[in-house]
Write a protein that binds this ligand. Structure first.
Ligand SMILES: *[C@@H]1O[C@H](CO)[C@@H](O)[C@H](O)[C@H]1NC(C)=O
Ligand SMILES: *[C@@H]1O[C@H](CO)[C@@H](O)[C@H](O)[C@H]1NC(C)=O
Ligand SMILES: *[C@@H]1O[C@H](CO)[C@@H](O)[C@H](O)[C@H]1NC(C)=O
Ligand SMILES: *[C@@H]1O[C@H](CO)[C@@H](O)[C@H](O)[C@H]1NC(C)=O
Length: 197
């Protein structure tokens, strides 16, 4: 029996309505699983749409992790990086998460937490006089703290790799598509948390 329970929690973290053109379907399910544990039968999957540079996403992160640990192993978490258009540097930060994930997936969440910790540095006003190149450079230096200095060149190359760009476009697109096109195990009930209006 296909049990499809999608509870859309209007936490309205940074509310936004999204409309983007169709792009081809991704090869794998979008998002970063918080742990390697497969969600078992009878478990609930929480899908969180987080903007690494959004203060409300930052505030929601700690309670979300607490809830996850409390209900473990009955609840699992997938995070979709979701840059809000009015946070100018969020797209770069979200792409950085995909790059880190590609280099070493264990560094994705440490980098997300670094973004939350140093978020103010990348707000619009604070980066007003910076070029895009210098913001990328700055974010790369932050990311190195998570992925390790030996990956510096690989990380820089990541920003030139069209695949990491496509991956981020898919994450963005996923916010629109998830309730309509279920691509993974349809038997796992899901709770969507985050950026829905
Ligand atoms: C997890 O699910 C099992 C089986 O339904 C239940 O016995 C257990 O209490 C649940 N654990 C938590 C922390 O909710
Ligand atoms: C990936 O990152 C984790 C966490 O920092 C680290 O323990 C592990 O050694 C890294 N793996 C590789 C292949 O570098
Ligand atoms: C940006 O440049 C303007 C003009 O030079 C200056 O007034 C402002 O303080 C600068 N802002 C930041 C965040 O450095
Ligand atoms: C990091 O790596 C670069 C190039 O590999 C090197 O120039 C730099 O000194 C290293 N920095 C640290 C802190 O190890």
């Amino acid at each position: 029996m296909v049990l499809l329970v999608v509870l859309i929690l209007s936490l309205v973290l940074c509310s936004i309505a999204v409309s983007v053109a169709q792009i081809k379907l991704p090869r794998k399910y979008d998002g970063f699983p918080y742990s390697d544990d497969e969600a078992g039968e009878g478990s609930i999957m929480v899908e969180a749409f987080l903007d690494p540079l959004c203060p409300d996403s930052k505030d929601s992160w700690s309670p979300l992790k607490q809830a996850l640990h409390y209900y473990s192993p009955n609840v699992s978490l997938i995070v979709h990086p979701f840059p809000l258009p009015y946070h100018s540097n969020s797209y770069i930060a979200s792409r950085a998460l995909h790059i880190a994930n590609k280099i070493n997936s264990s560094t994705t969440f440490p980098l997300l937490e670094l973004f939350f910790r140093f978020q103010e540095k990348y707000y619009n006003d604070q980066t007003l006089n910076m070029t895009r190149a210098s913001i990328i450079n700055d974010i790369t230096n932050l990311a190195i703290l998570a992925v390790g200095n030996s990956s510096l060149l690989a990380f820089k190359d990541g920003f030139k790799d069209p695949e990491t760009n496509t991956a981020q476009i898919i994450s963005f697109k996923e916010e629109e598509e998830i309730p309509r096109t279920r691509k993974k195990d349809q038997a796992i009930p899901r709770i969507l948390v985050g950026l829905r209006t």
